[in-house]
Design a protein around this ligand. Sequence first.
Ligand code: PGA
Length: 253
Amino acid sequence: MSRKVVLAANWKMNLTMKQSCELVDNICNKMKDRENCEIILFPSFLHIPAIMEKIRNKNIGLGGQNLYFEEKGAYTGEVAAFQLVDAGCSHVLIGHSERRHYFQENYETVNKKVLRALAAGLKVMLCVGESLEERENNVTEMVVVDQIVSAMQNISIKNLPDISIAYEPIWAIGTGRNATPADAAHVHKIIRKAVGRIFNTEVASEISILYGGSVKPENIKELMAEEDIDGVLVGGASLKPESFLELIKRIQS
Ligand code: PGA
């Protein structure tokens, strides 16, 4: 069984249109072979159509950083799943800790978003992770399993190939302090077991589980050396072409 290696870039609320396009041009022009590595970009909603044009036929995935769980209608300021699909997105990030923390996303809204995304034909990258306080109180496993179980409510086993999970300990995001590979791998195992309990061990063994939180060229290799770490979700280090290209190089070596 071989799970695909995934390098996902979350650009959050950064970059102008020109900067995003230049970054994509740089990646497309300079990246060498990447046989076994799936690259997925999560730019600002506003930049999606322009980036879509640039990555056409390049075998790079494109996704929204969020969506709204209702199908369509009077929800001023929100973006619908069908609109992401229409703009060329293959993926969507759901439940990022910044959304849970700053925008009060909870178990229920995350689950509704997952269901809406899948119904629209999007692939979901579901983000989970504990806070520093939760880690210090030794409840990491409980928190992460609760996040997984609640997000997977009413999801059919046939949708599992369209879901990947990103484990992002909140205390490691944007702080320069990454989880040790062993700590991350331990939580990844727990996540895989939880998915196995909800569905079955066979599908659980096939789901991609990414690590996120201060991933950079200097630590990507040791993280990827862990059996249960199938890829990375990168914020800061994916904003510059030099480090992005280095990540692509090192994730495969
Ligand atoms: P970071 O962000 O790589 O800047 O820590 C990761 C994320 O939030 O997805």
